[in-house]
Design a protein around this ligand. Structure first.
Ligand code: COA
Length: 250
């Protein structure tokens, strides 16, 4: 495993586990190894009483540029997609303790859809949320095709997921994708403080409140699988391969 994802338990915030993207040279693009490490961290969080909240963070000016394009291309060329991304999405969707995220800058593809599974997201004003799935000849993932229309309505979900229109941080707040905006230099501090406050609450009451607010997740899990079938088929298409090759050639 690489250190492209760091798992931390900051002393200043007891009960908080941080999952930090740490691949700034590749805009925190997420590889199969990185998904596996994050799944493991989420699994540990569910069973370890010392973890009461998880916080996703990126690096200065970049949360994540989404799935690694080289991994997409490898699959398009006949390789295995692996199960890492689906395992990660399911671990995230079924996480039993609060998950928060802090975004500064780029949030692309799964770097955007991940927040649909977070309970609270803080972002800097300069953040941009975008899912260019269709431009890459792909389809929405992470059950975003189910959750996004529910929270933001058809038109905004279509603009984001099908038309690939970017959302500013302000638009993301209005759409209900994220909770609030802070200065870029405050994202990490505020995200950790928020997770720390959640970690101090009575855990059983918080678990029940969270379950009630989120509702049953079986439809979310089913949609992750349904989207994944289309996603895998499209990844093998000539139009997707052309898009990945064009990106790699830039
Ligand atoms: N997968 C793999 N590598 C990626 C990547 C991704 N998703 N996004 C960025 N990178 C790499 C670039 O290839 C480049 O690597 P290099 O320096 O070895 O050439 C490095 O990160 C910096 O990216 P660059 O494109 O030079 O930075 P930029 O500021 O000009 O643009 C983005 C940033 C994110 C807008 C642009 O890189 C991009 O569009 N990335 C693809 C995003 C995407 O479509 N993700 C999949 C969603 S489903």
């Amino acid at each position: 495993m690489t250190d492209h994802v760091l798992i931390e338990r900051p002393e200043a915030h007891p009960g908080v586990q941080v999952i930090r993207f740490n691949r700034p040279e590749k805009k925190n693009a997420i590889t199969r190894d990185m998904y596996a490490k994050m799944t493991n961290a989420l699994t540990v969080a569910s069973s370890d009483p010392a973890v009461r909240a998880t916080a996703f963070l990126g690096t200065d000016g970049c949360f994540s540029a989404g799935n690694d394009m080289a991994d997409f291309l490898a699959f398009a060329m006949g390789g295995s997609m692996g199960i890492e991304v689906i395992e990660f999405l399911k671990a995230l969707a079924t996480a039993t303790k609060p998950v928060v995220s802090g975004v500064d800058g780029l949030a692309i593809g799964i770097g955007t859809t991940i927040h649909l599974h977070c309970d609270l997201t803080i972002a800097s004003e300069r953040s941009v949320f975008k899912t260019p799935f269709v431009d890459l000849a792909l389809v929405p993932e992470a059950a975003s095709s189910l959750i996004a229309p529910r929270i933001m309505g058809h038109q905004r979900a279509f603009a984001l997921l099908a038309a690939g229109e970017p959302l500013t941080a302000g638009e993301a707040v209005d759409a209900g994708l994220i909770w609030k905006i802070v200065g870029a230099d405050a994202v990490e501090r505020e995200t950790l403080a928020l997770a720390g406050r959640l970690a101090k609450k009575p855990p059983e009451a918080l678990r029940i409140a969270r379950d009630l607010v989120r509702g049953d997740r079986s439809d979310v899990l089913a949609r992750i699988d349904e989207e994944a079938k289309h996603f895998a088929a499209q990844l093998k298409s000539a139009e997707a391969r052309a898009a990945f090759e064009a990106f790699m050639r830039r």
